[in-house]
Every structure is written in structure tokens, then in C-alpha cells.
Design a binder for this molecule. Structure first.
Ligand SMILES: NC(=O)c1ccc[n+]([C@@H]2O[C@H](COP(=O)([O-])OP(=O)(O)OC[C@H]3O[C@@H](n4cnc5c(N)ncnc54)[C@H](O)[C@@H]3O)[C@@H](O)[C@H]2O)c1
Length: 253
């Protein structure tokens, strides 16, 4: 029960890592506010948590729309009485529209930045005051190893949005430290989630061969890192970045 008596708000919790984190956090004692733009997926995650013996409520929310986030945070507080953990997990990767800068449309830049960067901004804007009301809390934000590397096949809006999250998280860590609000970043490598559904099995095997640990991550690999950052076990860690990529970014091979 590493999150006993805590309430966690998780964005993009309808599938992938957000769903895995919802189930894991609930097993560790947290009550979960499941936020997602996809109502069917979000309701399903909340139902899965409940059938596993946990407590969860779904709130439909497009994190790129400030009013949606404001309302969802307020609704989550009404439902659970408080917030202790904000997990900024929602993100979009649009391989078929997001390319290198010379080929990427302004509308794609705006929407990707709106979801991937402004989403966490809005969650923090309305969520951090709730953490402060509880005497502090933990903000966890999912960036990506894409923020640390360049790729020949670029997705520059995605990459830039994820890079900006590093600076944002550090600033939050410093500004709210005296209120006992911690802020940390996770950089997943390749994770086998619906986001990677366009990758063929062959492509996934090819990527796995480049990873020193010789496999893609599973959603739980990332959720366990988030669990540690959410829990009081990491109470002296703030402004940090944790790479969870099976060694991909440190491999010279
Ligand atoms: N899968 C990977 O290989 C990988 C690697 C590095 C980083 N990441 C990051 O990890 C996070 C989770 O990724 P995933 O692979 O689980 O993704 P996913 O696509 O499997 O799931 C993302 C969830 O976010 C929701 N979502 C999308 N847009 C939203 C919006 N505007 N508002 C609210 N919810 C929205 C989707 O409905 C979905 O339920 C993302 O931030 C992603 O960028 C993923």
C-alpha cells in the first residue's frame, strides 16, 4: 500500500501507460481520477480499477482545453475530497502529420503543443493549488527519449513539446518546493502501447535488437517508475528526469 490514502489524477488514463498506472496506483491504495478524451476507454479503465477492488471515477477531458481541465480537476476534488498526485501522462504522436520542421503544418504544431505541453500546464495550473492544500504532493510528467535525441525520421512538434516539459518540470520543482510539491519527469523509450500500433511486429523486433535489454518496454515498466515518483519513497527527489528505456539512449552500439 505505497499510496495509501492518496488520490491520483491521471491524464490519458484510457489506455496504454495511463491505464497501467491507474491499475497499479489503485492496487497500492490510491483512489484514481481517470481523465481521457476518449470516454469509452476512460470508462473502461475506471471499471477495470473497480473490478480489481479499487476506487476510480472517470472524467472526460481534452487536456488541451483549459476549461475542460479546470472542470475535471474541480470534479475530481468534489468526488474524492482532495488531490495528492498529478500524473501528466496524456500525449499524442502523429507520425503521419508530424515531420521535420520544413514539412510540418502550423495546425499540427498548435494541436500537438496544445495537448502535450499545454495539457500539463493546465493540469498543474488547477491541480497544484489542490496539492498545496494537502501540504504538498507529487507531479509526474511523461516526456520521452525523443526529447533527448534527434531522429532522421523526425516528429519535431512531438519532440519539441516533450523537450519543453523538461524545463517546465524543473521550474515547477523550484517554484513550489517550499510548498512540498515535487515535480519529476519520466523519459520512456519504446513502449508497447496503442500509440505504437502502426509499428509492425518486424519493426518492433528491429527496435528491440537496438535496446541493450533486448525488448520494448511494457506499460507497467513505466507505471512502476511513476509509482515510485508518486510515493513518499521519492520524497527527496524533485526536478529529476528518469530514463526508462532499457538502456537505448546510453548504448553506443
Ligand atoms: N508508447 C511509447 O513508445 C512512448 C514513448 C515515449 C513517451 N511516450 C509518452 O507516454 C505517454 C503515454 O503514451 P501511451 O503510449 O500510453 O499512449 P496511448 O496512445 O497508448 O494512450 C494515450 C491516451 O491519451 C489519451 N489522449 C489523447 N489525447 C488526449 C487529450 N487531448 N486529452 C486527454 N487524453 C488524451 C488517449 O485517448 C489515450 O487513452 C504519452 O505522453 C506519450 O507521448 C510514449
Amino acid at each position: 500500500m505505497r499510496l495509501k490514502d492518496k488520490v491520483a489524477l491521471i491524464t490519458g488514463a484510457g489506455m496504454g501507460m495511463g491505464r497501467a498506472a491507474s491499475l497499479l496506483f489503485a492496487r497500492e491504495g490510491a483512489r484514481i481520477a481517470v481523465l481521457d478524451i476518449n470516454a469509452e476507454a476512460g470508462e473502461e479503465t475506471a471499471a477495470l480499477v473497480r473490478s480489481d477492488g479499487g476506487e476510480a471515477a472517470f472524467f472526460r477531458c481534452d487536456v488541451g482545453v483549459e476549461e475542460n481541465v479546470k472542470k475535471s480537476v474541480a470534479d475530481a476534488v468534489t468526488a474524492f475530497g482532495k488531490l495528492n498526485i498529478l500524473f501528466n501522462n496524456a500525449g499524442v504522436l502523429w507520425r503521419e502529420r508530424d515531420f521535420e520542421v520544413t514539412r510540418t503544418d502550423e495546425r499540427i504544431w498548435d494541436r500537438v503543443m496544445g495537448i502535450n505541453l499545454k495539457g500539463p500546464v493546465f493540469v498543474c495550473k488547477y491541480g497544484i493549488p489542490e496539492l498545496i492544500r494537502q501540504g504538498g504532493g507529487s507531479v509526474i510528467t511523461t516526456s520521452s527519449i525523443s526529447a533527448l535525441l534527434g531522429y532522421k525520421r523526425a516528429q519535431d512538434a512531438y519532440t519539441a513539446s516533450k523537450g519543453a516539459l523538461i524545463s517546465l518540470s524543473r521550474s515547477i520543482a523550484v517554484v513550489y518546493a517550499d510548498k512540498k510539491v515535487r515535480s519529476n519527469i519520466i523519459h520512456p523509450g519504446f513502449v508497447d502501447t496503442p500509440m505504437q500500433k502502426e509499428l509492425s511486429e518486424e519493426a518492433k523486433q528491429g527496435i528491440a535488437q537496438l535496446v541493450p535489454l533486448r525488448r520494448l518496454a511494457q506499460p507497467l515498466d513505466i507505471a512502476y517508475c511513476a509509482l515510485f515518483l508518486a510515493s513518499d519513497e521519492s520524497s527527496y527527489i524533485t526536478g529529476a528526469e528518469i530514463v526508462v528505456d532499457g538502456g537505448l539512449t546510453i548504448s553506443g552500439a
